[in-house]
Design a protein around this ligand. Sequence first.
Ligand SMILES: *Cc1c(COP(=O)(O)O)cnc(C)c1O
Length: 361
Amino acid sequence: MTKITPQPGIMDIALYQGGQSHVAGVKHVIKLSSNENPFGPSPKAIEAVRDSAATLNRYPSTDHASLRDAIGTRHGLNPARIICGVGSDEVLQFVAQAYAGPGDEVIYTEHGFSMYPIIARMVGATPLMVAEKNRHVDVDNILAAVTDQTRIVFVTNPGNPTSTMIPEAELVRLAEALPQTCLMVVDGAYAEFVADFDGGAALVDRFENVVMTRTFSKIYGLGGMRVGWGYAAQSIIDVLNRVRQPFNLSLTALAAAEAAIRDEDYLTFCHSENARLRVWLSEELAKVGVPSDASCTNFILVRFEDQAEAEACDDYLKTKGLIVRRVAGYNLLNALRITVGDEEACRRVVAAITAFKGGVA
Ligand SMILES: *Cc1c(COP(=O)(O)O)cnc(C)c1O
């Protein structure tokens, strides 16, 4: 018998469940379960991917200077204080790896992203879940849970799967009240869907213990390419770069992300289509008795009478080729998360849920 055993905490990790993309026996499904951009990546990113193929014999850049410059230009940030990762998930992992370990606590919130406890356990730290209030992050609950062992607090703004935002003043209050030995990570995966929002960059500039993470997986439509980034104080970026593998991002991924972030017209198009369609979708569903909080993201979290009705609706949508996300695992028992698709997808969702609720579709 083998005596080989994994490090403490590893076997406590519940494997991440991705959004479903197939339904047995149903053709032409529309996947609305992973908050992907329904319009695809920028045509310029596709072109950059093609062009990169000819030089795949070469190793990629190790410092990502060109992509960091493009990100810096787009957001008015100092590129030296940006780090790029294989999705923002990898940046979150760098933070945990560098700043937390056995005996340390990592706080995340009740409806927070399921990667946070996974990442905490990966590094042997103890994840601690804090209750939210009516699907909103509650700063007092977080502060009450902080101990001398707390090293990281993860918050998502706007939240997934809640779609709600934490008011700026509340984030400032949290950053101010946290001990200087504790990092606050503001995950801005959906920041681009909010108009005139910096995703937390100003907080990073104001507080040395705040880290902002961002991704190319959502509005930029590059989930399949795996690129994300983080912005933090120089001292923190210098630490994170030490746990980053030098060739973590492929030549193709770097080229795609850079082309995507330089294509501002496409970004504007995706932002405005999403804003228009999510309002229409949530208003139409509210009319048939399926309410949702005002969304700040590219999905809505619709609520049903109870868990049984939410599950019955999910099953019904599947028969219509519409795949949405159950969120019972996020302690949202009576809800479903629906990505805002293109216009046709939104119309199909409204028709199907109207029919499910007994109306005329
Ligand atoms: C989608 C998402 C991310 C992005 O993950 P990537 O690794 O960049 O694809 C991060 N945080 C939250 C809350 C998300 O929903």
